[in-house]
Write a protein that binds this ligand. Structure first.
Ligand code: LLP
Length: 409
């Protein structure tokens, strides 16, 4: 599942102890395993081999150039959601014909940038967006390919902040409107609708909502006799943060391949983010103080909600492990950051072996939506990022400095 393991009581990422990384690079620091990234990509690729999908790693989960490049070298494409991500994508050396572009608010400038880059297609989320793409493509004397993102109105049974495929969400176009859009397509000669896109949410641990969604999409295709080249089934595969029992890549493939295989010749696209990167990374932080209050024990650490916002924002559970297991007595702590907000915590009421100032803690499952959602709140320089490869590691993003904090002012 991942390559963070204890050897003689010390936590290692592949062949490197995380203590060594802390000593050389400081904390807080994000540490990623190259092997885990590759393994997860391959697992998905192998599970779906019979339909030869294009796997586009979703850069919003982790857009570090070295992380993305690792996957691109394995053959991965990239799913981008902004001009900034597209810029990063192109720097990885990805073939632009393996880049897909989603998002409800693409601007004219971003559309132009993507057409110029000759990406594979846009995932279009509204009629006005389609009109804009057509207009921009016309002005560039080009034709842009599009997938229509339909909103299948399927509940993904996940946190309401990360469910996207129900009618309450801003994402996609309902089937009724999508039908009208297909009918009007001929009015837009500078775009070509090549497929359909769905993405119903994130951290989904069961196959049923995916199956239901894909079936709905095929009924739509059949009822309207649509001629589509691609079906983009989005991302959303859940991972283990705590006690979840998510489907493996194989189980997921077993559940949906029988439906997909009936449609020979249809190009299948997957956009996993968390599945590939989530368990491939940790956030390593050091305990600054232990503060004992009347009712509570706080471990105040040097990483805050600006470094990892998921616990504060979604009440997300991340397993926290000591970098050096000393088999001490266990105590209950709130593990909190230095930020001036009560919502600044990494874990609450966590039973963990007794902590002391200077101890290192590994926040597990932080490889996706960790660094990418980090900020400079409280004028805190953002953490360094490190990529481990076997017995070596390299800093793939240096720690920000105070000068970085003010350089645009
Ligand atoms: N494709 C589209 C169109 C998406 O919107 C997303 C994620 C993905 C693919 C990748 O989904 P994944 O395979 O990673 O589940 N910040 C939240 C997650 C937000 C997901 C947004 N969209 C979190 O930390 O849980």
């Amino acid at each position: 599942m991942h390559d963070f393991r204890y050897k003689s009581g010390k936590l290692y990422c592949e062949g490197v102890s995380v203590e060594k990384i802390a000593r050389k690079v400081g904390t807080p620091v994000y540490i990623y395993s190259k092997k885990t990234l590759r393994d997860h990509y391959r697992k998905l690729k192998d599970a779906f081999v019979s339909v030869k999908p294009l796997i586009c790693f979703s850069m919003k989960a982790n857009s570090n150039l070295s992380v993305c490049r690792t996957l691109v070298r394995e053959g991965s494409g990239l799913d981008v959601v902004s001009g900034g991500e597209l810029y990063r994508a192109l720097l990885t050396g990805v073939n632009p014909q393996k880049v897909v572009y989603a998002g409800v608010g693409k601007t004219e400038k971003e559309v132009r940038q993507a057409i110029r880059a000759r990406i594979l297609f846009f995932n279009v989320e509204s009629m006005p967006e389609l009109e804009l793409i057509n207009k921009v493509a016309r002005s560039m004397r080009r034709r842009a390919d599009l997938c229509i993102r339909v909103n299948p109105d399927v509940s993904a049974h996940t946190h309401h902040y990360i469910t996207t495929g129900t009618e309450e969400n801003k994402f996609g176009i309902d089937f009724h409107a999508a039908k009208a859009l297909f009918r009007r397509a001929k009015d837009f000669p500078n775009v070509r609708i090549v497929g359909l896109h769905v993405h119903i949410g994130s951290q989904i641990t069961i196959a049923a909502p995916f199956k239901k969604t894909i079936k709905k999409v095929f009924s739509f295709i059949d009822a309207n006799r649509l001629d589509v080249k691609y079906l983009n089934i989005g991302g959303g595969l859940g991972i283990v943060y705590d006690k979840e029992k998510p489907q493996s890549a194989l189980k997921f493939a077993d559940a949906i391949l029988p439906i997909l295989r009936k449609r020979r010749g249809l190009g299948i696209i997957l956009e996993p983010g968390r599945f590939i990167a989530g368990n491939a990374g940790i956030l390593l932080t050091r305990v600054t103080y232990i503060k004992k209050a009347r009712r509570k024990r706080f471990a105040i650490v040097d990483a805050g909600m600006n470094d990892l916002v998921r616990p504060s924002l979604y009440d997300a559970h991340h397993t926290i492990l000591p970098a050096h297991a000393k088999k001490r007595r266990r105590e209950v702590y709130d593990i909190v950051g230095p930020i001036c907000e009560s919502g600044d915590f990494l874990a609450k009421k966590r039973r963990i072996e007794s902590l002391a100032s200077g101890d290192l803690l590994a926040v597990m499952g932080a490889g996706a939506y960790g660094f990418t959602m980090s900020s400079n709140y409280n004028s805190r320089p953002r953490a360094a990022e490190v990529l481990v490869n076997g017995g070596r590691f390299s800093v793939v993003r240096r720690r920000e400095t105070y000068a970085d904090l003010v350089k645009y002012e």
